[in-house]
Design a protein around this ligand. Structure first.
Ligand code: MTE
Length: 322
């Protein structure tokens, strides 16, 4: 199935891709070619995969499904999902799965710092063993007007919050992706505000839907999905779901996120899904359900309004939908 085949109603990728990024595609491809020349990807990526330690939490999969979270449409095909990604750290193409294999995901240490009782570091496997994992079926709506449905494995972020013990004065948690320009050719693009950063309010981070992902389709997550730890906030546009997280920093200042820093006229902090608020360059009224050839109306909060609408009471004047 050719998922990127264009039909009349589809927005060209050049419109759905942030302009700076699109304009820099040539440069980025140049960088990727350079990486190949230097033996970093994809050949070395393959070698890297071989030398990676086996996932020490493999025995936890498949995790028991939490039946509370149901879908209104079939799951996206696993192969398709694993081969149509946004991971600009490895390039601006959707087909970065091969390049992303260069990422070394063990050992992997996560730092918890800022406005917490006591900053600490924890290995991802210790963290996973401490909190346990479950499976949830979530929809994911990309700001580019396509969607998927994914069986994520992982744990509710509130469990990490219990360990982190933020101070009462902390208002936000800022999450950061790894930074390693040698491994990730996209991160050599100096005009992009690396490392990839996202943020949530403390109430959002503690919300029952907010999920830290360790796996997909009953197995540890492939690297291109942001292994070994990424976020899933299904009522927000996909760009909030920061990948390969190395740091949770608690703060009283609203984090300046990657996309907002790049193009604040188009991308904001809240990024809640709303079909009635168009992106400046395209409509958000409908979405392509990837892998089906179908286009469906988009639903406010991506259909999770009954869970999350209350979080935004009193904030109506804010730019909640960008
Ligand atoms: N995280 C990092 N570090 N780098 C990225 O480029 N892209 C975001 C988000 N997290 C991105 C990221 C965007 S735009 C989307 S839509 C989702 O990851 C895509 O997740 P998927 O590739 O697993 O479907």
């Amino acid at each position: 199935m050719n998922v990127i085949r264009r039909r009349g109603w589809e927005i060209p990728e050049r419109e759905a891709t942030p302009e700076h990024v699109f304009l820099s595609r040539r440069a980025l491809l140049g960088a990727a070619a350079g990486a190949v020349a230097m033996g970093i990807a994809p050949d070395a990526a393959l070698a890297q995969r071989v030398t990676d330690q086996l996932d020490p939490t493999i025995d936890l999969y498949p995790a028991k499904r939490n039946e509370k979270y149901t879908l209104d449409r079939p799951l996206t095909d696993e192969k398709m999902n694993a081969n149509y990604n946004n991971f600009f750290d490895f390039g601006s193409s959707k087909h970065i799965a091969k390049a992303a294999q260069a990422l070394k995901i063990r050992p992997w240490t996560i730092k918890i710092d800022g406005m917490v009782e006591k900053p600490f570091e924890i290995g991802v496997d210790d963290l996973i063993r401490k909190v346990g994992i479950e499976e949830r079926l979530y929809r994911m709506r990309c700001v580019e007007a396509w969607s998927m449905t994914i069986p994520w494995s992982g744990f509710q972020m509130s469990k990490l919050m219990e360990l982190a013990k933020p101070l009462g004065s902390a208002k936000y948690v800022r999450m950061e992706t790894f930074l390693d320009k040698a491994l990730a050719p996209g991160q050599r693009q100096a005009f992009l505000p690396w490392p990839y950063t996202e943020g949530l309010t403390i109430a959002e981070a503690n919300h029952e839907l907010t999920f830290l992902v360790t796996g997909t389709y009953g197995k540890p997550a492939p690297k291109q999905h942001g292994a070994p730890l990424r976020l899933a906030v299904p009522w927000k546009y996909g760009f909030k779901s920061v990948k390969s997280i190395v740091r949770f920093n608690f703060t009283d200042k609203r984090p300046n996120t990657f996309w907002e820093a790049l193009q604040s006229s188009e991308y904001g902090f809240w990024a809640n899904v709303n079909p009635q608020v168009a992106h400046p360059r395209w409509s958000q009224a409908t979405e392509e359900i990837l892998g089906t050839g179908e286009r469906k109306p988009t639903v406010i909060f991506n259909g999770y309004g009954e869970y999350v609408a209350d979080l935004y009471k009193g904030l109506e004047k804010e730019r909640l939908w960008a």
